[in-house]
Design a protein around this ligand. Structure first.
Ligand SMILES: NC(=O)C1=CN([C@@H]2O[C@H](COP(=O)(O)OP(=O)(O)OC[C@H]3O[C@@H](n4cnc5c(N)ncnc54)[C@H](O)[C@@H]3O)[C@@H](O)[C@H]2O)[C@@H](O)CC1
Ligand SMILES: [K+]
Length: 457
């Protein structure tokens, strides 16, 4: 799978254990971890008086190493701890720290705060006796750096278990964890730096990577590049946005068909008023996109039924998802693109993190599920899953979902497998949003798609 691996707390422990089984010691891994954080802190903050907060586990152990290494560089470093270290490795690092260790409760702040209280081992919400001084010290600092994770977030689900402090930088150790990308935790990370400590991790969960989308070759023509048929429903503006996004997203041929309610848009988009079933019977159709502006009436239902029966690759969005509520497994592995509200209508209240819920929904529906939001998750029925890197909040505006559906349709029509097509669409969408900048509207995203595509050649 493309993209940086993301490991849960248990998977990270298993990856560490595999490395320890080769003869590497926990102390060596901890020295390496402390080393990468100290280096990153030095490069980020320079010669700034520093306070390192150490917790009881190995995250705290990393903290004692960081304190020693920064002090060796000539920084004024103080250490405060929430208690005595509880692991052998952390005790060993505590013993190698030659300065005092102050109690957390009443320690004075410093301009740079390094938080090594808890990492992947946090098992419950922070006690106020820890959360309160952490918050006080963070507020009084000028810069805040988190070791592996901000203390007080759920590693596997990104939930808030502490005061929700925003850091300037987080140094993820060895691999990314779900909290680095899942909200609300992801918003606290600041600059996310990956600290390589030579612990390889493989996972069925990755961060969505820039796709490789080669330019059309000499043998390509409009149909090999992908023919996208977008169903036009009650609100034709939404379908037009999808169609334009598919076109600018690289599809060779885009047709609007269905209720023939719309007008306007580029002359290169073909409008047909033949029955949708007849249009989809053409085996050169690469994908049918149904849902944006579809409506929820009997005519909408009829269009959806025709598309479901056509046997073509499908992308189902918006109203189509609401109309599908209560249906079981789907055939042909369609791509479903619900936001939270549509997801709940379609699949009910599922337990677990957004990753767990997207995976369960994908398995149940036999579809690729794109659970949209500030931390979009893509999941396939075989367990593959991917989380998008943070995209600009400006995407929270009308029509951007229609653009995403069109982009995913274009990538599916060009022949990518449903999971890869969904990931490629999400990546292009986020990248185009960064190019479009502040105040973007959905039309601006479309205008920036050619440059986003160029980045993938
Ligand atoms: N990923 C890796 O390969 C490496 C990880 N290391 C570090 O080790 C960390 C994980 O270490 P640990 O598993 O010891 O976990 P932590 O250091 O995150 O914390 C575990 C300790 O905190 C206690 N605890 C959990 N929740 C608490 C709460 N709400 N209030 C008070 N105490 C609580 C536990 O009982 C345990 O003593 C990583 O985050 C990373 O910083 C490095 O030291 C070495 C290499
Ligand atoms: K931490």
């Amino acid at each position: 799978m493309n993209g940086r691996p993301i490991l849960t707390a248990a998977e990270t422990r298993a990856a560490e254990a595999a490395v320890f089984a080769t003869g590497v010691t926990v102390e060596q891994a901890m020295e390496a971890a402390g080393g990468v954080v100290a280096e990153a802190a030095w490069r980020h903050a320079g010669r700034v008086p520093t306070l390192v907060l150490c917790g009881p586990g190995n995250n705290g152990g990393d903290g004692y190493v960081i304190a020693r290494l920064l002090k060796a560089r000539g920084l004024k470093v103080r250490v405060a701890a929430s208690g005595e270290p509880k692991t052998d490795a952390a005790r060993a690092m505590r013993a190698r720290w030659d300065g005092p260790v102050e109690p957390l409760a009443d320690v004075a702040p410093a301009p740079l705060l390094i938080d090594a209280l808890f990492g992947t081992g946090l098992a419950r919400p922070l006690d106020p006796a820890i959360a309160a001084p952490l918050e006080r010290l963070a507020k009084a600092a000028r810069l805040r750096i988190a070791v592996d994770l901000p203390s007080g977030v759920g590693t596997d689900d990104g939930a808030l278990l502490g005061p929700g402090i925003a850091y300037e930088m987080t140094v993820a150790l060895a691999v990314l964890k779900p909290a680095h990308r899942l909200q609300p935790a992801a918003a606290l990370m600041g600059r996310l730096v990956l600290g390589d400590i030579d612990i390889p991790g493989a996972s069925k969960l990755v961060e969505i990577a820039r796709p490789h989308l080669p330019a059309p070759g000499p043998a390509d023509h409009k149909y090999t590049r992908g023919h996208v048929v977008v169903a036009e429903g009650a609100m034709p503006g939404a379908a037009l946005l999808s169609a334009m996004a598919a076109q600018r997203g690289g599809a060779g041929y885009v047709t609007l068909a269905g209720r023939a309610t719309g007008q306007g848009g580029p002359a290169a988009i073909v409008r047909r008023d033949a029955p949708l079933g007849e249009i989809l019977a053409d085996d050169r159709v690469g994908v049918a996109l149904v849902g944006p502006g579809l409506g929820r009436d009997a005519a909408a239902r009829a269009l959806l039924d025709v598309a479901l029966a056509a046997g073509r690759p499908l992308v189902l969005d918006a109203d189509a998802l609401v109309l599908l509520a209560g249906s079981g497994a789907l055939s042909g592995m369609p791509i479903l693109t619900p936001h939270e509200g549509e997801f709940t209508k379609l699949f009910g209240e599922l337990p677990g993190s957004r990753i767990d819920r997207a995976r369960a929904a994908a398995e149940r529906s036999r579809a690729v599920v794109v659970l949209k939001g500030p931390d979009t998750v893509v999941a396939a029925p075989d367990g593959r899953a991917a989380i998008a890197a943070p995209a600009p909040g400006w995407l929270a505006t009308a029509g951007t979902g229609d653009v995403l559906a069109g982009l995913i349709a274009a990538n599916r029509a060009r022949g990518l497998d449903p999971f890869d097509a969904a990931c490629a669409g999400v990546w292009l969408h986020g990248y185009a949003a960064r190019l479009a900048g502040a105040g973007l509207i959905a039309d601006d995203l479309i205008a920036h798609l050619p440059r986003a595509l160029e980045a993938c050649l």
